[in-house]
Design a protein around this ligand. Sequence first.
Ligand code: PLP
Length: 370
Amino acid sequence: MNDPRASTVAIDSAAVAARVKSTIRPKIRALASYPVAKAAGLIKLDAMESPYGLTGEARAEMAAAVANVRVNRYPDGGGDEVVAALRRSLALPDEVALLLGNGSDELLQMLTAAVAKPGAAVLAPDPSFVLYRRFAELANLRFVGVPLRHDLTLDMPAMLAAIERDRPALVWLAYPNNPTGTLFAQEDVVHVIRAAPGVVAVDEAYYAYADASFLSRVLEFPNLIVVRTLSKVGMAGVRLGYATAHPAWIAELDKIRPPYNVNSLTQAVVPVLLAHAPLLAEQAAAIRRERARLATALAALSGVGVFPSHANFLLLRVPDAAHWFATLRDAGILVKNVDGWHPLLANCLRITVGTPAENNALLEALSRYA
Ligand SMILES: Cc1ncc(COP(=O)(O)O)c(C=O)c1O
């Protein structure tokens, strides 16, 4: 009687499909789920994670912190200890407010939802992080993508003309940009912030690999929010992002935040990990060194062009991206084939910088092929 299979036999799948069709928005039905490649057994150079795990001491401290978590209770709603630890590590002045997200992608979605007035537009350079467009579509907003120039820098006349024409409620600037690795010129970013009629979100997911940031300038403009994540600095698994801005912006975003969005395990672990700042800084420095070595070695391969990168990945143009992707996969290495995402990315691969051994394996596989 209680066999769950008994009830499923009776379901009329056609009736369910009809109900889904009449209920779910057509725009959602037309979408595909965000693809996440399976990487078991592969050298994983596809998602801009740090290749470095934790050392013994930090691991033990993390385990002890997790062991003490009272999982029968909801987490602290505001994540106060994490907020305090982040504020300390960033030396954030009291006047700047900070809000936590379950990964920065949750903050991106919250910010998009917050500006979703009927007819409003969201603007971003194109190509850029795919979720800017996706979240705008989900919120029934118009998405305006402004093509980058061929060298992947901002096309400022086009950006300013689009801002004037579309009056976007929200402008995204990934700084540095994904999937190109480009760091837009600081004066161009300032120009966009000043020209934008709504809010500008500078997304600094890759801050650890660039020498520039708007974090210390967040109160210099009335319409600037800086969003960051711990995902690219060795903590992708804990899912923690943060937004910093004038308290008036953060107060509005906080109304959209689900009450317990950052779970107790994350809240326990993050202060412990942040206390290991020197280790994390050394890992970031090692990745920057490897980025330079890898860029030089890849550029020496025949037919390969490497774009300058200020992030922990490299964008390269190869003679045949699909073939190179498959060859690397056969060699046990997973990268991202971004060909087809945008005309500017034709025959491009995005490759995350790995450990020296992983990067050597990549170079070896490519030199055999190229
Ligand atoms: C520019 C940019 N912003 C935000 C994110 C989302 O990061 P997370 O949700 O892991 O914090 C990414 C992830 O790749 C990214 O490239």
